[in-house]
Design a protein around this ligand. Structure first.
Ligand code: 13P
Ligand code: SF4
Length: 307
């Protein structure tokens, strides 16, 4: 796309957003040009919460399907648009509501903690949700000795390292984070001996073992600002580099592996956003019978006190 067309399209999208009384939200892994024109960039839950606070009637959610569902769960009176309805999350799709029903039958008294990267149906069957930022706090807030966590085995294993619970989990994983191997990190560290390594808890345990700091995407922005280190090796989807570099021009950020690209997060283009705003037909709406129990699980998470 030529620079002029791109520039006009960005302007046209902003005009159309105004005309539709819409707010544009972009996840931290979206394409740079999408993050550049969004009203708010952030992690999946923070984005849904900004949607809730906004007066806009329409939410253009540039992320993946479960994130647009979370916005619909929290904002039932707003129209939620996902510019590419085929942008899914393979990890969220690794467990279905039927799978979870069977798991619950096997452990009837064990509370289920659902990572926000789950479908609305799975959230509706869970006791409480968590994000990668608050998972340990959420798990420790439960009275039960035993906890069952879905769908990410890596996040669950990470939580199990510190939480004071007997934990079991579903064997799902993020195909993007799973691609990062300890060898990639060690190679990068060897080339940059002064660099520190920060990674997302969706990474494999062998990768987490090599990390100086493990945190959610939002945690990475905070960490990058605070750390005295000048070179930071990043172990998460590479879309995060856009704001990390912009917000910390005096620091150097290196992606731990070129394979850290989530194809679903890269689906939404500026053209898709423009078309979606013109047609207003790429809507995600969670039905009330699923929305109400799913919201309960999200609300319980939001009620867990901060440390
Ligand atoms: P966040 O919850 O940090 O936005 O991460 C979502 C995600 O898809 C991580 O792979
Ligand atoms: Fe899902 Fe992984 Fe992509 Fe995040 S990075 S949306 S967990 S597939």
């Amino acid at each position: 796309m030529s620079i002029t067309i791109n520039k006009n399209l960005k302007k046209d999208i902003r005009l159309l957003l105004k005309k539709r009384n819409a707010i544009m939200l972009a996840h931290n892994y979206q394409r740079d040009e999408v993050q550049e024109i969004a009203d708010v960039c952030g992690d999946s839950l923070a984005l849904s919460q900004s949607a809730q606070k906004s007066d806009a009637k329409v939410i253009v959610f540039c992320g993946v399907h479960f994130m647009a569902e979370s916005a619909s769960i929290l904002c039932p009176d707003k129209t939620v648009i996902l510019p590419r309805l085929d942008a899914g999350c393979p990890m969220a799709d690794m467990i279905t509501a039927d799978d979870l029903k069977k798991e619950k039958e096997n452990r009837p008294d064990v509370p289920v903690v659902a990572y926000v990267n789950t479908t609305a149906e799975v959230k509706a069957l869970s006791n409480i949700c968590c994000t990668s930022a608050n998972a340990v706090r959420v798990v420790n807030s439960l009275e039960s000795e035993r906890v069952y966590m879905v769908p990410d085995r890596n996040l669950s294993m990470y939580v199990a390292r510190t939480a004071k619970k007997k934990m079991e989990w579903w064997n799902g994983f993020c195909p993007t984070h799973e691609k990062l191997k300890p060898e990639d990190v060690l190679k990068c560290k060897k080339k940059n001996p002064d660099a520190i390594f920060v990674c997302h808890p969706e990474c494999r345990p062998e990768v987490i073992d090599l990390a100086d700091h493990v945190c959610s995407t939002s945690g990475m922005y905070e960490f990058a600002k605070e750390t005295p280190a000048k070179t930071i090796i990043v172990g998460t989807e590479m879309g995060i580099l856009y704001r990390l570099k912009k917000e910390n021009p005096d620091k150097k950020f290196l992606i731990a592996s070129k394979s850290l690209v989530c194809p679903n997060m890269k689906l939404i283009t500026l053209e898709d956003i423009f078309e979606a705003l013109e047609t207003m037909d790429r809507i995600v709406k969670v039905p009330e019978e699923i929305r109400i129990p799913a919201k309960k699980a999200l609300d319980r998470m939001l009620a867990v006190p901060r440390d």
